[in-house]
Design a protein around this ligand. Structure first.
Ligand SMILES: [Zn+2]
Length: 287
Protein backbone atom coordinates (compact mmCIF):
# COMPACT_ATOMS: atom_id res chain seq x y z
CA UNK A 1 0.00 0.00 0.00
CA UNK A 2 1.11 3.58 -0.35
CA UNK A 3 1.06 6.14 2.37
CA UNK A 4 2.27 9.66 2.97
CA UNK A 5 5.93 8.60 3.08
CA UNK A 6 5.63 5.72 0.64
CA UNK A 7 7.07 3.20 3.06
CA UNK A 8 5.96 -0.37 2.50
CA UNK A 9 4.30 -1.69 5.65
CA UNK A 10 6.23 -4.94 5.37
CA UNK A 11 9.67 -3.41 5.76
CA UNK A 12 10.39 -3.40 9.51
CA UNK A 13 7.62 -5.88 10.11
CA UNK A 14 9.41 -8.48 8.00
CA UNK A 15 12.51 -8.09 10.14
CA UNK A 16 10.40 -8.55 13.24
CA UNK A 17 8.61 -11.56 11.81
CA UNK A 18 11.91 -13.25 11.05
CA UNK A 19 13.28 -12.52 14.46
CA UNK A 20 14.17 -15.74 16.14
CA UNK A 21 12.06 -16.12 19.25
CA UNK A 22 14.86 -18.02 20.94
CA UNK A 23 17.82 -15.78 20.42
CA UNK A 24 18.81 -12.41 19.15
CA UNK A 25 22.43 -12.08 18.11
CA UNK A 26 24.22 -8.75 18.36
CA UNK A 27 24.01 -8.50 14.59
CA UNK A 28 20.26 -9.13 14.50
CA UNK A 29 19.63 -6.70 17.31
CA UNK A 30 21.66 -3.96 15.62
CA UNK A 31 20.12 -4.71 12.21
CA UNK A 32 16.66 -4.34 13.68
CA UNK A 33 17.54 -1.04 15.37
CA UNK A 34 19.03 0.18 12.09
CA UNK A 35 15.96 -0.83 10.12
CA UNK A 36 13.62 0.84 12.58
CA UNK A 37 15.73 4.02 12.85
CA UNK A 38 15.87 4.20 9.05
CA UNK A 39 12.08 4.24 8.91
CA UNK A 40 11.90 6.80 11.69
CA UNK A 41 14.45 8.93 9.84
CA UNK A 42 12.22 8.95 6.78
CA UNK A 43 9.29 10.22 8.79
CA UNK A 44 11.57 12.72 10.57
CA UNK A 45 10.94 11.08 13.91
CA UNK A 46 14.46 9.82 14.50
CA UNK A 47 16.05 13.19 15.21
CA UNK A 48 13.25 14.03 17.56
CA UNK A 49 13.70 10.76 19.37
CA UNK A 50 17.46 11.14 19.71
CA UNK A 51 17.42 14.83 20.61
CA UNK A 52 14.36 14.85 22.83
CA UNK A 53 12.68 11.62 23.80
CA UNK A 54 15.69 9.58 24.88
CA UNK A 55 17.68 12.32 26.70
CA UNK A 56 14.52 13.54 28.45
CA UNK A 57 13.66 10.04 29.56
CA UNK A 58 17.22 9.57 30.84
CA UNK A 59 17.06 12.89 32.70
CA UNK A 60 13.69 11.98 34.23
CA UNK A 61 15.21 8.80 35.58
CA UNK A 62 18.47 10.15 37.04
CA UNK A 63 17.08 13.37 38.49
CA UNK A 64 15.40 11.36 41.23
CA UNK A 65 18.19 8.86 41.85
CA UNK A 66 21.55 8.69 43.66
CA UNK A 67 24.67 7.96 41.63
CA UNK A 68 26.72 5.10 43.01
CA UNK A 69 30.42 6.05 43.18
CA UNK A 70 33.52 4.99 45.09
CA UNK A 71 32.50 7.41 47.87
CA UNK A 72 28.69 7.08 47.61
CA UNK A 73 27.64 3.49 48.38
CA UNK A 74 31.22 2.22 47.87
CA UNK A 75 30.31 -1.44 48.44
CA UNK A 76 27.68 -1.39 45.71
CA UNK A 77 30.12 0.51 43.49
CA UNK A 78 32.79 -2.15 43.98
CA UNK A 79 30.35 -4.96 43.09
CA UNK A 80 29.26 -3.04 39.99
CA UNK A 81 32.88 -2.52 38.87
CA UNK A 82 33.43 -6.27 39.19
CA UNK A 83 30.30 -6.88 37.10
CA UNK A 84 31.71 -4.58 34.40
CA UNK A 85 34.93 -6.57 34.54
CA UNK A 86 32.97 -9.83 34.05
CA UNK A 87 31.51 -8.28 30.94
CA UNK A 88 34.96 -7.33 29.62
CA UNK A 89 36.11 -10.90 30.20
CA UNK A 90 33.06 -12.28 28.38
CA UNK A 91 33.15 -10.03 25.31
CA UNK A 92 36.88 -9.20 25.16
CA UNK A 93 37.73 -6.69 22.43
CA UNK A 94 34.19 -7.06 21.01
CA UNK A 95 32.75 -5.12 23.94
CA UNK A 96 31.32 -1.86 22.55
CA UNK A 97 33.32 1.08 24.04
CA UNK A 98 30.22 2.88 25.37
CA UNK A 99 29.61 0.03 27.82
CA UNK A 100 32.69 0.89 29.90
CA UNK A 101 31.22 4.33 30.59
CA UNK A 102 28.09 2.91 32.24
CA UNK A 103 27.23 4.35 35.65
CA UNK A 104 24.96 2.83 38.28
CA UNK A 105 22.23 4.77 40.09
CA UNK A 106 19.94 3.72 42.93
CA UNK A 107 16.41 4.86 43.44
CA UNK A 108 13.66 4.59 46.07
CA UNK A 109 10.80 2.65 44.52
CA UNK A 110 8.32 0.05 45.67
CA UNK A 111 8.85 -2.02 42.51
CA UNK A 112 11.77 -4.45 42.51
CA UNK A 113 13.12 -3.35 39.16
CA UNK A 114 16.16 -2.18 37.22
CA UNK A 115 16.30 -0.13 34.02
CA UNK A 116 19.11 0.28 31.51
CA UNK A 117 19.34 3.32 29.29
CA UNK A 118 21.90 3.16 26.51
CA UNK A 119 21.74 5.19 23.31
CA UNK A 120 23.95 7.31 21.09
CA UNK A 121 25.18 10.61 22.47
CA UNK A 122 24.99 9.85 26.19
CA UNK A 123 26.82 7.58 28.61
CA UNK A 124 24.69 4.58 29.57
CA UNK A 125 23.04 4.43 32.97
CA UNK A 126 21.55 1.58 34.96
CA UNK A 127 18.98 2.50 37.59
CA UNK A 128 18.28 -0.09 40.26
CA UNK A 129 15.55 0.29 42.86
CA UNK A 130 16.13 -0.17 46.58
CA UNK A 131 13.37 -2.83 46.55
CA UNK A 132 15.42 -4.93 44.15
CA UNK A 133 18.60 -4.30 46.16
CA UNK A 134 16.77 -5.57 49.27
CA UNK A 135 15.77 -8.76 47.43
CA UNK A 136 19.43 -9.56 46.85
CA UNK A 137 20.54 -8.72 50.40
CA UNK A 138 20.46 -11.05 53.41
CA UNK A 139 18.38 -10.52 56.54
CA UNK A 140 21.10 -8.31 58.05
CA UNK A 141 21.07 -6.04 54.98
CA UNK A 142 24.36 -7.30 53.54
CA UNK A 143 24.46 -7.78 49.75
CA UNK A 144 24.41 -11.38 48.52
CA UNK A 145 27.11 -10.69 45.98
CA UNK A 146 26.48 -13.54 43.46
CA UNK A 147 22.75 -12.66 43.32
CA UNK A 148 23.32 -8.91 43.02
CA UNK A 149 25.92 -9.61 40.33
CA UNK A 150 23.43 -11.74 38.37
CA UNK A 151 20.95 -8.84 38.37
CA UNK A 152 23.64 -6.39 37.23
CA UNK A 153 24.83 -8.74 34.47
CA UNK A 154 21.29 -8.92 33.03
CA UNK A 155 21.11 -5.11 32.95
CA UNK A 156 24.60 -4.80 31.45
CA UNK A 157 23.42 -7.21 28.76
CA UNK A 158 20.78 -4.63 27.81
CA UNK A 159 23.50 -1.94 27.69
CA UNK A 160 25.72 -4.02 25.38
CA UNK A 161 22.91 -4.42 22.84
CA UNK A 162 21.61 -0.82 23.24
CA UNK A 163 18.16 -2.31 23.85
CA UNK A 164 16.74 0.96 25.13
CA UNK A 165 17.13 2.64 21.73
CA UNK A 166 15.66 -0.42 20.02
CA UNK A 167 12.63 -0.40 22.34
CA UNK A 168 12.00 3.30 21.85
CA UNK A 169 12.24 2.89 18.07
CA UNK A 170 9.74 0.07 18.35
CA UNK A 171 7.36 2.12 20.47
CA UNK A 172 7.46 5.09 18.09
CA UNK A 173 7.18 2.75 15.11
CA UNK A 174 4.06 1.07 16.46
CA UNK A 175 2.57 4.47 17.29
CA UNK A 176 3.16 5.62 13.72
CA UNK A 177 1.62 2.38 12.44
CA UNK A 178 -1.38 2.84 14.67
CA UNK A 179 -2.12 6.37 13.54
CA UNK A 180 -1.68 5.38 9.88
CA UNK A 181 1.40 7.56 9.25
CA UNK A 182 3.17 4.48 7.95
CA UNK A 183 1.69 1.24 6.64
CA UNK A 184 -1.68 1.41 8.38
CA UNK A 185 -2.66 -2.08 7.24
CA UNK A 186 -1.11 -3.98 10.11
CA UNK A 187 -3.72 -4.72 12.71
CA UNK A 188 -3.20 -3.82 16.36
CA UNK A 189 -2.79 -7.46 17.38
CA UNK A 190 -0.04 -8.04 14.82
CA UNK A 191 1.78 -4.97 16.07
CA UNK A 192 1.46 -6.16 19.65
CA UNK A 193 2.69 -9.64 18.71
CA UNK A 194 5.67 -8.16 16.85
CA UNK A 195 6.49 -5.93 19.81
CA UNK A 196 6.10 -8.86 22.19
CA UNK A 197 8.48 -10.92 20.08
CA UNK A 198 11.03 -8.13 20.18
CA UNK A 199 10.74 -7.72 23.96
CA UNK A 200 11.11 -11.47 24.42
CA UNK A 201 14.22 -11.56 22.24
CA UNK A 202 15.82 -8.68 24.13
CA UNK A 203 15.05 -10.20 27.53
CA UNK A 204 16.34 -13.65 26.61
CA UNK A 205 19.52 -12.13 25.23
CA UNK A 206 20.13 -10.16 28.44
CA UNK A 207 19.37 -13.33 30.46
CA UNK A 208 22.03 -15.19 28.51
CA UNK A 209 24.65 -12.57 29.35
CA UNK A 210 23.65 -13.12 33.00
CA UNK A 211 23.78 -16.90 32.57
CA UNK A 212 27.29 -16.86 31.11
CA UNK A 213 28.70 -14.71 33.91
CA UNK A 214 26.76 -15.86 36.99
CA UNK A 215 26.26 -18.98 39.09
CA UNK A 216 23.20 -21.06 38.21
CA UNK A 217 21.96 -21.50 41.85
CA UNK A 218 22.19 -17.72 42.35
CA UNK A 219 20.19 -17.11 39.17
CA UNK A 220 17.49 -19.49 40.44
CA UNK A 221 17.45 -17.69 43.79
CA UNK A 222 17.02 -14.31 42.09
CA UNK A 223 14.09 -15.58 40.01
CA UNK A 224 12.51 -17.21 43.09
CA UNK A 225 12.72 -13.88 44.95
CA UNK A 226 11.38 -11.93 41.98
CA UNK A 227 8.42 -14.30 42.01
CA UNK A 228 7.78 -14.57 45.73
CA UNK A 229 9.52 -11.64 47.36
CA UNK A 230 11.89 -11.96 50.28
CA UNK A 231 11.31 -11.35 53.95
CA UNK A 232 14.52 -12.73 55.41
CA UNK A 233 13.34 -16.37 55.44
CA UNK A 234 15.28 -18.76 53.22
CA UNK A 235 14.07 -18.85 49.63
CA UNK A 236 15.32 -21.91 47.76
CA UNK A 237 15.80 -21.38 44.03
CA UNK A 238 16.11 -25.11 43.23
CA UNK A 239 12.79 -25.88 44.95
CA UNK A 240 11.16 -22.99 43.12
CA UNK A 241 12.48 -24.31 39.82
CA UNK A 242 11.03 -27.78 40.58
CA UNK A 243 7.68 -26.14 41.37
CA UNK A 244 7.74 -24.39 37.97
CA UNK A 245 8.60 -27.60 36.15
CA UNK A 246 5.41 -29.20 37.45
CA UNK A 247 3.31 -26.57 35.70
CA UNK A 248 1.54 -27.33 32.44
CA UNK A 249 4.14 -27.26 29.64
CA UNK A 250 1.55 -25.54 27.49
CA UNK A 251 1.82 -22.53 29.75
CA UNK A 252 3.65 -20.93 26.82
CA UNK A 253 0.35 -20.69 24.97
CA UNK A 254 -1.13 -18.86 27.94
CA UNK A 255 1.81 -16.51 28.01
CA UNK A 256 1.87 -15.63 24.33
CA UNK A 257 -1.90 -15.12 24.19
CA UNK A 258 -1.72 -12.03 26.37
CA UNK A 259 -0.77 -8.67 24.96
CA UNK A 260 2.16 -7.76 27.12
CA UNK A 261 3.13 -4.30 25.93
CA UNK A 262 2.83 -2.95 29.46
CA UNK A 263 5.50 -5.19 30.98
CA UNK A 264 8.55 -5.97 28.87
CA UNK A 265 9.72 -8.63 31.32
CA UNK A 266 8.57 -12.09 30.36
CA UNK A 267 6.98 -14.39 32.96
CA UNK A 268 9.59 -16.11 35.07
CA UNK A 269 8.50 -19.57 33.92
CA UNK A 270 9.22 -18.58 30.33
CA UNK A 271 12.62 -17.07 31.12
CA UNK A 272 13.75 -20.05 33.18
CA UNK A 273 12.56 -22.54 30.56
CA UNK A 274 14.60 -20.71 27.96
CA UNK A 275 17.71 -20.60 30.16
CA UNK A 276 17.31 -24.28 31.08
CA UNK A 277 17.15 -25.17 27.41
CA UNK A 278 20.19 -23.01 26.69
CA UNK A 279 22.06 -24.56 29.61
CA UNK A 280 21.40 -28.11 28.38
CA UNK A 281 22.28 -27.47 24.76
CA UNK A 282 25.22 -25.13 24.89
CA UNK A 283 28.54 -24.98 26.59
CA UNK A 284 29.80 -21.74 28.01
CA UNK A 285 31.13 -19.30 25.46
CA UNK A 286 29.50 -21.23 22.64
CA UNK A 287 26.26 -19.73 21.36
ZN1 LIG B 1 15.52 -6.91 31.23
Amino acid sequence: MTNRYNIPPESAHSVLAELKHEFLTTGESLALTEELTDILERVQARDFMQRNTLPNFRMQQVMSAVEVTDTQCPELHRIFQNALKNLEDLFGPELPPHVRKTTLWRKLDANANATSLAFQGADPVIIITDSLLRLVSDASGKYIVPELTAVLMHELGHVVYADCECLFCMKIYTTLLRDGTIGGELCALTQAQAANKLFTGLEFTADRVMFKTSEWPSILNVFAKLAGGYGGETIDGELFFKQLEKLDPNAEAVITTGIMMANPHQPILERLKELKNFRENHTLGNT
